[in-house]
Design a binder for this molecule. Sequence first.
Ligand SMILES: Cc1cc2nc3c(=O)[nH]c(=O)nc-3n(C[C@H](O)[C@H](O)[C@H](O)COP(=O)(O)OP(=O)(O)OC[C@H]3O[C@@H](n4cnc5c(N)ncnc54)[C@H](O)[C@@H]3O)c2cc1C
Length: 383
Amino acid sequence: MTDLSAEQRQIQDVAREFAARELAPLVPEYQRRRSLPPGIMARLGEFGLIGIMFPEEYGGAGGDVLSQALAIQEISKVDAGVGVALLVQVLALFPIWTTGTEDQRRRYLPKGLAGEIIGAIAMTEPDAGSDFAAIRTVARRDGGEYVINGRKTFITNGPVADFVVVAAKTNPGSGRRGMSLFLVDKGTPGFQVARKLDKMGWHTSETAELVFDECRVAAQQLLGEENAGFYYVMEDFNLERILLAAQCVGLAEAAYGAARNYALSRRQFGQAIAGFQAVRHQLVEMYAQLQQARLLLHQACRAYNGEDRVLWASLAKWISSEIVNRVTAQAVQIHGGYGYIADYPVERYYRDARVFTIGGGTSEIQKEIIARRLGLTQPGSRA
Ligand SMILES: Cc1cc2nc3c(=O)[nH]c(=O)nc-3n(C[C@H](O)[C@H](O)[C@H](O)COP(=O)(O)OP(=O)(O)OC[C@H]3O[C@@H](n4cnc5c(N)ncnc54)[C@H](O)[C@@H]3O)c2cc1C
């Protein structure tokens, strides 16, 4: 895009370089092993790709949300699993910066931004996904400690996390006003990774079910104010939607690029298949959808600090996640049988794309959020 500032272009170049040189050589092996390449978070930290939006005093770069989005886009173009591991690292550190005490910031941010410690965010539960306010994990106060009991699932970075931001009810009768966030370190008695989950895609990202059984944490591990957790999470979700949209743009770009190259080189009936109007038009449609997703992402970044930030973040997440599913499916189609074979990257792109209309709030939930923003959920009222 030509409207990028010099700083934004520079970050995108660094991330592109990192993805090509450091990440791409590791992808085949760690896709097979189904694990996050060891040390990759520290390398992301060394290249300054975690702390882009964070203040310099904690090791960040004081940049904007579009710069962070561009970095995640470039990483996801090469591997969406590592892309989401980076995204979750940012999301786990973000509330520590915005709501944490100075002591918490000093303990977690410099190491987290350097990638020396890995973070996770544990919101979803076996019986509470879209209906996040219905979580059942509880944290009860006991003197100078909180005792956490509950179960979390689908937690990205869970198996490798050094710390987890956990949402729990501190006042179970009060719905959204009775939820708090806690920082739980690996090794805390009562906190365990119950099992690692096997997924359709995102194979280089590790996902877990977590258990908290009489898990005691010092009261200083409470993040922000007691009972204000729901509102902190909503801010984190908003950032998450933008960064997921960036992942979708990166992956759609990779799929379009692969399909284009294939269509120009694959020959049937004596000519390159791009010579057939049906194939050519599919590529044009893919390109148009990719640009649509990109423009929405940029608009969501522009709106990030304004009144309409929730509307644009949800629009960007919903549309780009639907687009990446269509574009990766078209890329497989253009590859014919080879698109179904793991030797070609489009097979992975197609599997990696599937989760984007689900994770971080499903398409149905994004539409509900948008409907609320448009004043459509209370018939009789005006927007
Ligand atoms: C690979 C992966 C990684 C993830 N990483 C994390 C993580 O790091 N941390 C974390 O906390 N969570 C994580 N999640 C959880 C993710 O955010 C949830 O899966 C998602 O919010 C949907 O919740 P659910 O799976 O319980 O589906 P449900 O809420 O049970 O939804 C099932 C279906 O019902 C529909 N539905 C539900 N409610 C409504 C409604 N009101 N109107 C219309 N339709 C509705 C949904 O759209 C969906 O189609 C991850 C999930 C996956 C798959």
